[in-house]
Design a protein around this ligand. Structure first.
Ligand code: ATP
Ligand code: MG
Length: 400
């Protein structure tokens, strides 16, 4: 095994030397077998959390009640979880309790899909009780056990099926698809924060087309906030979006533009998006709007700002299929007299000092933005003396 598994050698070896078992589990095993880049490494062990705390010096008890301990080793950290099975589910979301067990096969049985229910030892031996490897070859998503049972335990798994279809470019197996059609509406019991995570992962997927088709075929969208009222939205996503969308702000901007009855605020509320994401999505939307009205210009690149070039260009490409080169924006940007307000030769503080008798208030911001405009348009030099004499003229005109 190569990186990143070898980094965990110490942790697994320590557990084994003390008579416990420890395996890589879940996504890392799946991605390793698929030969695609590996995300987080999860480790499962039959050591109980308190036994782990005793064995390792540097630990963080991140989820002791679920059996998860974060083990720090040098600069690396690993989530290590005690083999467990889950108790009764009576709300379609989360188990009421978990129970620690000593057998890895039992731990694998609680996992959602066969391709996620494999374990691998430090030597590379695979434990695969549910046909995960075969389903990887077939590129199909199958549940561990009956789809109906697994989806009524935790309804989020239905959206996870769609997300993995997108992430891996896999098909959802027929029985799984049928079960989602039947039980899809249970997803209303799932916290929207968990739904959000899976949706963003879906939009990032290399097989986004496949994912969107699955969202459509399973009719799961009919039970998702906002999608449910807009039956044409998934269709227009399928027609419009050709490539994965790695940026969440671009996802939200795209949804806002393509949905007929909902704007950005509705998406923010329905999915409880963070203020930061709201701000960023609004920013790309405004820039897109300015672009549609006036095309590429100096003021536009100034507004977009360098950090958002890729996001803005991606949105234009998704919606209009127009491929603008980043270099086109960068060239314009580099020729600007100023690249942000902080490049101005004067600050709000300077303006206040110029007129000590005038109370501070909105005039400072208004002046700064007038100066900014003039400097950008090349009508005023970004030079302290010139700006100050311009400002004095304005003040005089005002007092006349
Ligand atoms: P990635 O990290 O690439 O997004 P992953 O497979 O690691 O994919 P996670 O959501 O990180 O997915 O979950 C880790 C593992 O935990 C899964 O592979 C699966 O075995 C199990 N798992 C996660 N969520 C559920 C769930 N809702 N029901 C059952 N098992 C789950
Ligand atoms: Mg993971």
């Amino acid at each position: 095994l190569g990186e990143p598994f070898t980094k965990a050698r110490n942790v697994i070896q320590t557990l084994e030397d003390n008579g416990y078992e420890a395996y890589f589990v879940g996504g890392s095993v799946r991605d390793y077998l698929l030969n695609v880049p590996i995300g987080d490494i999860d480790i499962a062990t039959n050591a109980k959390p308190d036994e782990m705390l005793k064995l390792f010096k540097r630990t963080v008890p991140v989820g002791i009640e679920h059996g998860t301990v974060l083990i720090l080793d040098g600069e690396h950290e690993f989530e290590v979880t005690t083999y467990r099975v889950e108790g009764e589910y009576d709300d379609f979301r989360r188990p009421d309790s978990v129970e620690f067990v000593r057998d890895i096969t039992l731990d694998l049985s609680r996992r959602d899909f066969t391709i996620n229910a494999m374990a691998m030892s430090l030597d590379g031996d695979i434990i695969d009780p549910y046909g995960g490897q075969e389903h990887l070859l077939q590129k199909e998503i199958h549940t561990v056990g009956q789809p109906k049972d697994r989806f009524t335990e935790d309804a989020l798994r239905m959206l996870r099926a769609v997300r993995f279809a997108s992430q891996l470019n896999f098909k959802i197996a027929h029985d799984v698809n049928e079960a989602i059609k039947e039980y899809g509406s249970l997803i209303k019991y799932v916290a929207v924060e968990r739904i959000q995570v899976e949706l963003f992962k879906m939009f990032k997927g290399v097989g986004l087309k496949q994912g969107l088709h699955s969202l459509n075929m399973t009719q799961l969208y009919k039970s998702l906030p906002l999608f449910k009222g807009e039956h044409s939205l998934v269709r227009s996503l399928i027609e419009t979006v050709q490539d994965p969308i790695p940026f969440e702000n671009v996802v939200i901007a795209t949804l806002s533009l393509l949905s007929k009855d909902h704007d950005l605020n509705d998406w923010v509320k329905a999915y409880k998006l963070s203020n930061k994401l709201k701000r960023e999505s609004l920013h790309v939307l405004h820039c897109y709007d300015e672009y549609k009205r006036k095309g590429i210009s100096e003021t536009l690149v100034y507004h977009v700002t360098h950090d958002y070039f890729v996001h803005f260009l991606e949105l234009v490409f998704i919606i209009d299929r127009e491929k603008i080169e980043t270099s086109e924006l960068t060239t314009l940007f580099e020729q600007l007299p100023i690249q942000s307000r902080s490049d101005l030769a004067v600050t709000g503080h300077d303006l206040m000092n110029m007129f000590p008798s005038v109370r501070k208030g909105p005039w400072i911001g208004e002046y700064l933005s007038k100066i900014e405009q003039l400097v950008l348009q090349g009508k005023l030099k970004n030079n302290r003396t010139e700006i100050e004499s311009q400002v004095k003229r304005w003040k005089e005109q005002e007092s006349n």
